[in-house]
Design a protein around this ligand. Structure first.
Ligand code: ADP
Ligand code: MG
Length: 337
């Protein structure tokens, strides 16, 4: 057996990348989450060939200071948490400091950024800084990722068709947009704009941009709270259903999460109003003290652990049930307003 030695930083980053960056949509998710965390009002995502050729995310957020730019690409380097107690009250989408180094270790990355004054551009490929110099830039960040997985052939082989990869990108952007109606978000693929939200803070409008205005008109607002949880959002009338569970989006403090029990709670709210195999369209926003959530379960943070989950399930089901039963009292024809 060979002697024990520490892995090089580049190799360690590539191994970590295997967990965080599964496919082009993972890159999009991480970059857009960074843009959201930077307090952006407008985020434009430009993708070529389902992200395999390039992924560019342009934001008007805080930007990164020139003297911190290289550090942002170091593993476990983050501006979002400092000590252990911060871990229990995470308000940002990111905090692990893994995305940028992971992406830069398996792709060619150029980031132009400015905090307001003179900008800076860094070019990193395969985990190595190729250049860094001053650049003209407006406040915000413009990051371009090319040649994804060029040095991880196994990953490239595992990817699905371009259409499937693109649909995964569209899906993640839709969920992020639903969680952030106050941010104007657009997605352009091969120079064709696929989606754009207005950024006016109106969730029903975002639902309309994504699922179509006629469907947005068939959604009911829900709003409920107890001492621990606040539940709000929109759920479809029983007449608007889908054959898949994918049209239910759960957002916990602005983070899109996957949670079987809470999804079941949404469905339970409909009681017998849904036909077998049919599922509602729903966007359910959950707000709670970050102390009640452990987001540090999985590197992608889509799985979380919630304290008092049964209590939360109950509030969700009841909020939906009550809203739907009131609906029955309104004469037909008034429901599409
Ligand atoms: P994390 O998001 O977990 O902190 P990342 O590797 O994604 O880790 O990013 C590292 C750091 O780089 C962030 O903490 C943030 O300070 C900075 N950063 C990344 N993207 C942006 C952006 N679009 N705008 C401003 N700062 C950014
Ligand atoms: Mg991040």
């Amino acid at each position: 057996m060979a002697a024990i030695h520490e892995l090089s930083t580049v190799l360690a980053d590539q191994i970590a990348a295997g967990e965080v960056i599964e496919r082009p949509a993972s890159v999009v998710k991480e970059l857009v989450e960074n843009a959201i965390d930077a307090g952006s009002h407008e985020i434009d995502i430009l993708v070529a060939e389902a992200g395999l050729k390039s992924i560019e995310v342009i934001d008007d957020g805080d930007g990164i200071a020139a003297d911190q730019l290289e550090l942002a690409f170091h593993r476990h380097a983050t501006s979002k948490i400092t000590d252990r107690k911060d871990l229990f009250k995470v308000h940002s989408l990111g905090f692990r400091g893994e995305a940028l180094p992971s992406i830069a270790s398996i792709a060619d990355v150029e980031m132009v950024t400015s905090t307001g004054g003179e900008g800076q551009v860094i070019h990193i490929a395969g985990g190595k800084v190729i250049s860094q110099k001053p650049a003209e830039a407006r406040r915000g960040t413009d990051i371009t990722v090319k040649d994804l997985f060029y040095n991880v052939p196994a990953r490239l082989k595992y990817l699905k068709s371009l259409n499937t990869e693109l649909s995964k990108i569209v899906d993640i952007i839709n969920r992020l947009a639903l969680g952030h109606p106050q941010i104007q978000i657009s997605l352009t693929h091969n120079n064709r704009e696929l989606m754009r939200t207005a950024g006016r803070g109106d969730l029903r409008q975002v639902i309309g941009s994504i699922y179509g205005m006629n469907k947005a008109g068939k959604m009911l607002a829900i709003d409920s709270a107890d001492a621990d949880f606040k539940v709000s959002g929109y759920v479809s009338l029983p007449e608007l259903t889908r054959a898949s569970r994918n049209y239910m989006t759960i957002l916990l403090n602005g983070r899109y999460i996957k949670n079987y029990q809470l999804t079941k709670a949404i469905i339970a709210g409909y009681g017998s109003k849904l036909m077998v195999g049919r599922y509602p369209v729903a966007v359910v926003n959950l707000e709670m003290d970050p102390l009640l959530v452990d987001v540090n379960v999985h590197p992608t943070k889509q799985e979380v652990r919630i304290s008092k989950e049964p209590q939360l399930s109950e509030i969700i089901s009841t909020a939906i049930q009550e809203q739907l039963s009131q609906q029955n009292l309104i004469p037909d024809g008034l429901t599409n307003l």
